[in-house]
Design a binder for this molecule. Structure first.
Ligand SMILES: Nc1ncnc2c1ncn2[C@@H]1O[C@H](COP(=O)(O)OP(=O)(O)OP(=O)(O)O)[C@@H](O)[C@H]1O
Ligand SMILES: [Mg+2]
Length: 475
């Protein structure tokens, strides 16, 4: 019950309407109570008797014809027909007649007399000598001899009478207003609920479609702002899910592809040894070398993949010791000097001593070896320069080459897993994982890595790491 938006809105609207009506009624009641109108309230039960009296007086003609006796008879008759009590008072407030005979001949109290014995019609309530409260209506009547008597109708005062009067007079219009408000609320609740529920239902529908594998589905962005925000956030999430799924598919395709090539050649060359195609010692050795190289390549790739998986899972623990970056970078360059020479490249180092950072020497070595190795592999008969300098609070290491460069469309993607700019895959050794790992390592060290390149002119990779302050070095 009241689970739906529609029902809840309707319920709250009805509550609001009821509360408002109650407030209006209470306000009206207070207003009427303090207004002159209130003196009429409660004496209405006497109205029929008053009408009857006036009609009779009009038909009995001139005042000269009236006597105390005739008035007495007249009042007694009215009291028989109408259920009221009638008194006839003289100027002093003495009861000349009481239709119930109780007060006949007795004077009424002064206060009562002041209210009832007046030159004009008066009405209201009074407390009788017996302590009871009565409603009254009093009318002066001229009789023969130029005297004035007062015909007074009274009835017991009932507490709830004013309320009854109020209910009779004000409730019908209030009720009508309430009904109109109710109809409007139903309409408004329905419209509002529809404007929110409809787009939400469509988002839910899209979510179900997505769950069933239809990744192309997107929720329409419509309705109130909050609902549009939900749809937009949902679509954003759907985009992310699609991207993740796509990159997972790519990864599996890439891994299979990268493993297939070395496996094929391992199988081919081992077959050649087995079936005797490679019979002389020289070709057997050649086949064995290739098998060993390919196996090594696979091992490196699997290691790199495992590293990346551990980075993704947040399982890689980076040591936090002081690292002498200057000598670390120099050692990396030394290791690669033979390759540089083989490619006809000059490997130039401008790395001053004394740059210290906080981190893990093994992982940092892997980063710089890969950067320098990349530079050497993509440069022929050129120059590879490694520099280090302070920039503010950090150390900046650059690896610049005069090689082939990277096209702009590839530059933004070279840090992705398995991404290789040279599609021809001239370079058989790399799997395209080195830069992905470098980025993860640098990130974990609190630094960043960027690549700049101009096709035909060369590339520059810049690694920025927070410098360590006033500490001993160990690396
Ligand atoms: N200095 C550079 N000059 C030109 N292209 C580069 C350079 N450095 C990287 N690249 C491009 O970026 C790609 C990704 O580099 P990355 O180091 O991630 O992989 P890799 O060197 O091919 O293989 P791995 O490092 O895993 O052995 C390279 O394949 C190459 O196309
Ligand atoms: Mg590399």
């Amino acid at each position: 019950m009241f689970r739906g938006l529609n029902a809840r809105l309707l319920l709250s609207y009805i509550l609001i309407v009821l509360v408002c009506l109650g407030l209006v009624a209470a306000g009206l009641f207070l207003f009427v109570r303090t207004s002159p109108l209130w003196s009429r309230v409660g004496v209405e039960p006497l109205d029929p008797a008053v009408q009857a009296l006036r009609a009779q007086l009009a038909s009995t003609g001139a005042p000269e014809a009236r006597t105390v006796e005739s008035l007495r008879i007249l009042l007694a008759r009215i009291c028989q027909d109408q259920e009221v009590r009638a008194l006839l008072l003289d100027q002093s407030g003495r009861a000349v007649f009481d239709s119930e005979g109780v007060w006949t001949g007795r004077p009424l109290a002064d206060l009562v007399v002041q209210r009832i014995v007046r030159p004009t019609t008066s009405q209201g309530t009074f407390v009788a000598p017996d302590g009871r409260r009565w409603i009254f209506f009093s009318e002066p009547i001229a009789i023969s001899g130029g005297r004035d008597l007062f015909a007074v109708f009274i009835a017991p005062y009932a507490r709830w009478l004013p309320f009854l009067w109020f209910v009779d007079n004000f409730f019908p219009p209030l009720l009508r207003a309430g009904l109109v408000a109710l109809v409007l609320s139903v309409l408004m609740a329905w419209l509002l609920a529809r404007s929110v529920a409809r787009p939400l239902r469509r988002v839910a529908g899209t979510a179900n479609a997505l769950a069933q594998g239809d990744l192309a589905q997107r929720a329409p962005v419509s309705g109130p702002k909050e609902v549009r925000d939900v749809a937009q956030a949902f679509n954003h999430m759907a985009d992310e899910v699609t991207t993740v799924q796509q990159s997972q598919r790519d990864l599996i395709a890439n891994v299979s592809h990268e493993l297939k090539t070395p496996l094929t050649s391992i199988q081919g060359f081992s077959q050649a040894i087995l079936d005797g195609t490679a019979s002389d010692p020289a070709s057997v050795e050649r086949a064995a070398t290739i098998i060993s190289d390919e196996a090594e390549r696979m091992r490196r790739m699997v290691t790199a993949l495992l590293d990346l998986a551990r980075f993704d899972a947040g399982q890689v623990k980076i040591a936090r010791g002081p690292v002498d970056l200057s000598s670390l970078v120099k050692r990396c360059a030394e290791r690669l000097t033979p390759q540089a020479e083989a490619a006809g490249n000059a490997l130039v180092l401008s790395v001053p001593d004394g740059f210290v950072v906080t981190g893990d020497p093994d992982w940092l070595t892997q980063v710089f070896v890969n950067l320098i190795d990349n530079a050497i592999c993509h440069t022929h008969d050129g120059r590879v320069e490694v520099t280090a300098e302070y920039e503010g609070e950090s150390v900046r290491v650059t690896v610049t080459d005069t090689g082939e460069g990277i096209p702009p469309e590839d530059l933004s993607r070279i840090f992705e897993r398995f991404y290789r700019a040279d599609k021809s895959r001239r370079r058989q050794t790399g799997a395209g994982l080195g830069l992905s790992i470098a980025r993860e390592v640098v990130r974990l060290h609190g630094g960043n890595i960027v690549a700049e390149s101009l096709v035909g002119l060369g590339s520059r990779f810049t690694v920025q790491l927070p410098a360590r302050k006033n500490d001993q070095t160990t690396a």
